[in-house]
Every structure is written in structure tokens, then in C-alpha cells.
Design a protein around this ligand. Structure first.
Ligand code: PLP
Length: 451
């Protein structure tokens, strides 16, 4: 039985909730922030404290926390049909309409959509689809999955295996057959004297060597975020996708763009792949898909994978996969509205308008003594802390420097995300120039307090 006699929200949170992705020493020292509501880009805690959320919740609340149109869309669909039939020959009208819309706004001439409840499940589903294809096409050995170090693809056993972060070793992951290529971060991993073009060529050569070493016939797919998000906002080195895609095509390996963060406007175009000028074989979507108002993910298949998967499913008369709430009509109604809000109510445009201001602020703060690099694309950006600017030596210490900066930001009324040695900013698309000023002012105060 839970202990309801504890006398603070913070203590009650600690007593009954097992925290994930949370720095536990920070919580012990500072307590949990218990939130009650949000307004625009701001959230409020049980003590009435206000925070400017420069991380859009978890990269997803792009239309803010109280968008009336999204709330109305949710309420209307709850009134009309909150239950669902996802399978066995039934589907809601909202799901039909959302699939039409997603194919229409995708970079594909045609395609098909499969729904999940999260980005992790969408990646997991895509891997299962590729494995399913291997079996159906007489290549059951085609199971290996290529991803990149520092790539983030989720937390299920499969999507965590795809994720290229060392912390997953505590779970005994990755599973066999998940291969992590190098992270295409030129500033951090470029060799002395190596140009960015040479660096990109090295990344591409590594891909081809890996394919030849492992055997092209054993590889089911290559997954990449157009801009790495949870790896610390890492845009690819110049020409990266133009260098790797022809190699993947040469060996018949599908390129899957994980657009869970970059989809729906974050990088300035509808899709990150459009920002970086390539068309993948499938897109993984979530987060912005519902502007964070409903847990939902989607696999959007391009034409070739649509045809191959449909043929494989037709051959056994079923694709035996799906989640209870796949294509939930409330989620679909919200997603339809969210796409409309982002694309037709000026939010995507606002990303493009604010980007120069955002970059200017990042650039300005990167001149500080302990900031080694600013980087970003559209409205996702990061400042990388370094102990020594010339050698790029990272800080050491048990509480990471970015954690200290993020805590100092919290004290200033700003939510931003510590990731490795970087502080990440990912503001909602409804930000105003004045929110932008406020964000950089508060961040600057926090930085000056820490360094
Ligand atoms: N893929 C990317 C690129 C992500 O950033 C995330 C989450 O941050 C995921 C997948 C996993 O999504 P979810 O947390 O909804 O499972």
C-alpha cells in the first residue's frame, strides 16, 4: 500500500515512483520537480514555480502545453468514439484519414503506415518487418541491423540494441547482430589534419567495409536519425547521407530514417531527410506526430518496402504483429490536428523564422571559455562543454558538467537537457523572439554560475 501520509509531493514521488533516465544523486540533493500544468511554452510546479521549457517536454510538445485546437480535437474524439478496433478487419475512420495524410505529407510518391504507441515500438516494428521480409524472401540470415554510435532509437530490447549508448550494457545489450558504426561528428571525431570531406569519406568507407566483412546478405537494414537527438544533437558531417546512401543501394540494404525528433518541422523542413536532401526507404515517426498530446508512433513505408511487405504478408495471409492501442482514434484525431497546426498555422514557418536567432544565441554562448562547440539544425541545438577549449578535453567528475548546468538552469527557471557533456535546447515551435531572449539570458546566467 502506498504511504499517503508523507507530507510533500517530492517525498510522495520518491516513495512510490521508480525513476527512469534521471540522475539519482541530483534527485537526492534537490528533490523531484512535481508539475501541475502548462501554458504555452511554460510549465508550473506544485509550489507555483514557473519554468520556460526549452526542451519542448521531451522534444515533442511543439505546439505548447495548452493548445486549444489540440485539446478540442481530443475532446471531440473522446465524445465521438474513444474505444478502438485496430485489427481483425476493423479500423477507425480517423485512422484511415491519418494514414492518407501521412502518406500525402511523406516524401514518398506512395506508401503505407503502421501504428504503434511510441517511437521505440515503431523502430522495433520496423526491425520485425525487415526480419519478416528476410524470411519471406528466402533470406532468413538477413537479420543484422546497422546503426551508429550515439544514435538513439528507444528502449525496448530491440530499439535499445539499436541505440549506440554505452549505458545499455547494464541490461546486457546490445543483442547479437546489432552493429554500431562510427558517429559522424566531425568536430569530436575528426582526426588531426582531416578535412570534413575526408572524414565523411572515412565514415562511408567504414560502412562499406562493415557490409563486406559481415556479408551484405546478412544485413537487414541501416537506421539513422537525420540529426542525432539524444546523442547530443549531432548533425551529420557534410555530405554524409549522400555518401552512405549509394553504398546501401549498391548492396540492397534499406535506409530507414528515424525521424522521431526531426519529423514535422523540427529541422526547418517537414522531414529531416528533406533538410539533408535524401529519400529513405521508410520513416519512423512519433513525438511531434501528435505534438506530444497522445502517445503514438508510426512506421511510414516507402513504395518499395510497401510492395515487398504487402507481398510477404499476402503470401501467409497475415502480418502477425500489432499493439492493442495501435491506431487509437483519439491519437489519430489529435495527430490529424497536430499536422494541420504545425504545417498550416504558421508553426513550421516560425521554426524557419526563429532559426537565425537561435543560432546567433548558441554562437554567442559558444564564445565562453568552457564551451567547445555549438551545433544544431532548425530548432534543435547544443552547447558542448569542455575543460580545455584548445584540446577539446572533456570535464571529468561524477556529476557531469551538463547536469550541473541543467540544475543551474532549473534554478533560473529554465528547463534544458543535459546529454553527455552537452546542454541541449529544443524549444517548442510556438516560441517567440522574447522567449528566445529569455532562454539565452537564463542559460547564460546558469553557465556563468557553473564556470
Ligand atoms: N527514436 C528517436 C530518434 C528518439 O529520439 C526517441 C525518443 O527520444 C525514440 C526513438 C524512442 O521513442 P519513445 O521514447 O517514444 O519510445
Amino acid at each position: 500500500m502506498s504511504d499517503q501520509t508523507l507530507n510533500s509531493w517530492e517525498a510522495r514521488a520518491d516513495a512510490n515512483s521508480f525513476y527512469g533516465f534521471t540522475d539519482l544523486p541530483t534527485i537526492k540533493e534537490r528533490g523531484t520537480t512535481v508539475l501541475t500544468h502548462g501554458k504555452g511554452a511554460y510549465v508550473y510546479d506544485v509550489h507555483g514555480r514557473e519554468f520556460l521549457d526549452a526542451n519542448s517536454g521531451l522534444w515533442n510538445m511543439v505546439a505548447g502545453f495548452d493548445h486549444p485546437g489540440l485539446i478540442a480535437a481530443a475532446k471531440a474524439q473522446y465524445d465521438r468514439f474513444p474505444g478502438y478496433h485496430a485489427f481483425f478487419g476493423r479500423m477507425s475512420d480517423q485512422t484511415v484519414m491519418l494514414s492518407e495524410k501521412l502518406v500525402e505529407v511523406s516524401p514518398f510518391a506512395r506508401g503505407k503506415v503502421f501504428y504503434t504507441n511510441s517511437g521505440s515500438e515503431a523502430n522495433d516494428t520496423m526491425v520485425k518487418m525487415l526480419w519478416f521480409l528476410g524470411g519471406a524472401e528466402g533470406k532468413p540470415q538477413r537479420r543484422k541491423i546497422l546503426t551508429r554510435t550515439n544514435g538513439y532509437h528507444g528502449v525496448t530490447a530491440v530499439s535499445a540494441s539499436m541505440t549506440g549508448k554505452p549505458y545499455n550494457s547494464v541490461f546486457g545489450l546490445p543483442l547479437d547482430g546489432f552493429i554500431h558504426l562510427s558517429c559522424p561528428h566531425y568536430w569530436r571525431f575528426g582526426k588531426d589534419g582531416e578535412t570534413e570531406t575526408q572524414f565523411t569519406a572515412r565514415m562511408a568507407a567504414e560502412l562499406e567495409e562493415t557490409i563486406l566483412r559481415e556479408g551484405a546478405d546478412t544485413i537487414a537494414g541501416f537506421f539513422a536519425e537525420p540529426v542525432m537527438g539524444a546523442g547530443g544533437v549531432i548533425p551529420p558531417s557534410a555530405g554524409y547521407f549522400q555518401a552512405v546512401q549509394p553504398i546501401l543501394k549498391k548492396y540492397g540494404i534499406p535506409l530507414i530514417a528515424d525521424e522521431v525528433i526531426t519529423g514535422f518541422g523540427r529541422t526547418g523542413a517537414t522531414w529531416g531527410c528533406q533538410t539533408y536532401d535524401f529519400i529513405p526507404d521508410a520513416i519512423i515517426s512519433s513525438k511531434n506526430l501528435t505534438a506530444g498530446f497522445f502517445p503514438m508512433g508510426a512506421v511510414i513505408l516507402g513504395p518499395e518496402l510497401t510492395d515487398r511487405l504487402q507481398a510477404a504478408a499476402d503470401a501467409i495471409e497475415e502480418f502477425p504483429h500489432g499493439f492493442t492501442a495501435s491506431g487509437h482514434p483519439v491519437g489519430c484525431a489529435i495527430a490529424l490536428k497536430a499536422i494541420d497546426v504545425v504545417m498550416n498555422e504558421g508553426l513550421a514557418e516560425n521554426v524557419r523564422t526563429l532559426t537565425p536567432l537561435f543560432e546567433e544565441g548558441l554562437k554567442r554562448l559558444s564564445e565562453k571559455k568552457n564551451i567547445g562547440e555549438w551545433r544544431g539544425k532548425g530548432l534543435m541545438g547544443a552547447l558542448e562543454a569542455v575543460a580545455d577549449k584548445d584540446t577539446k578535453r572533456p570535464f571529468d567528475g561524477s556529476l557531469s558538467v551538463s547536469e550541473r548546468i541543467a540544475n543551474a538552469c532549473t534554478d533560473q527557471g529554465l528547463i534544458c537537457r543535459p546529454l553527455g557533456q552537452a546542454v541541449v535546447l529544443c524549444p517548442p515551435f510556438i516560441f517567440t523572439p522574447s522567449d528566445m531572449d529569455k532562454m539565452f539570458d537564463r542559460l547564460e546566467k546558469a553557465l556563468d554560475g557553473v564556470f
